[in-house]
Ligand binder design. Structure first.
Ligand SMILES: C[S@@+](CC[C@H](N)C(=O)[O-])C[C@H]1O[C@@H](n2cnc3c(N)ncnc32)[C@H](O)[C@@H]1O
Length: 209
């Protein structure tokens, strides 16, 4: 069976994320930008990078490599077009994080925003722990449950509905437990309320130096 994400055109994905009642791209961009400012990473991996939201904040002159991983090749093609000027430092990797094992290592910052909801959290956390450099940081963003709003906001973009069978919210305790099991030390967390009323939880972990 095809992963539903491969059947959602980029226009539908971005259109949905930009709806005033969803409006998630900007807060995610901000979280990524803050992580760049705080940690100054030279090797970055973005898991579930989609069309590259946030990459415009990267200072490529200070960067060694940015790995952008996603299951949808169409999203990665758009990312490459939008960031054509910096392609010598960007490597896009089409992969299914559940099953494929890109051979990454020595990553200073892994940004994993709204991806754990769609993958096997245990498998992906194990990979992250392997890929991080000693002292490297994982910033994860989870969507928190909200009584009044469905997990996937109603959308005029019908293809978004395909995610209903795949998406499952991840309990922060599960994420924290798996990170600890894989030797990642808890650094901090922050809840961010969106205009829609939904909430994101930003969690950060560090691999021991
Ligand atoms: C909600 S979007 C992520 C938003 C993005 N991180 C941001 O900050 O704007 C989820 C992304 O994860 C990708 N994805 C979902 N399942 C995946 C998998 N098994 N392996 C790799 N990428 C996956 C989707 O194609 C999609 O681009």
């Amino acid at each position: 069976m095809k992963n539903p994400w491969t059947e959602i055109p980029a226009e539908d994905y971005e259109g949905h994320m930009k709806l005033p009642e969803v409006h998630q791209l900007e807060p995610l961009r901000e979280i990524f930008k803050k992580a760049l400012e705080k940690y100054g990473p030279r090797r970055i991996a973005i898991l579930g990078c989609a069309t590259g939201n946030g990459i415009e904040a990267v200072e490529f002159s200070k960067l060694e490599k940015l790995y952008a991983l996603d299951i949808n090749p169409g999203y990665l093609e758009i990312l490459r077009k939008r960031h054509a000027a910096n392609l010598s430092k960007i490597e896009t990797m089409e992969c299914d994080l559940n099953t494929d094992g890109p051979d990454l290592s020595g990553i200073h910052l892994i940004f994993a925003a709204l991806i754990f909801e769609y993958v096997d959290v245990k498998i992906v956390t194990e990979k992250i722990a392997r890929w991080l450099a000693p002292g490297g940081i994982l910033v994860a963003v989870l969507q928190l449950p909200c009584e009044k709003i469905p997990e996937i906001s109603p959308s005029p973009y019908k293809s978004i509905g395909k995610l209903a069978t795949l998406m499952k919210l991840v309990a922060p305790e599960e994420m924290e437990g798996l990170a600890a099991e894989n030797g990642l030390g808890f650094q901090g967390k922050r809840t961010r309320k969106l205009d829609s009323g939904k909430e994101f939880l930003e969690l950060s972990f560090r691999k021991p130096a």
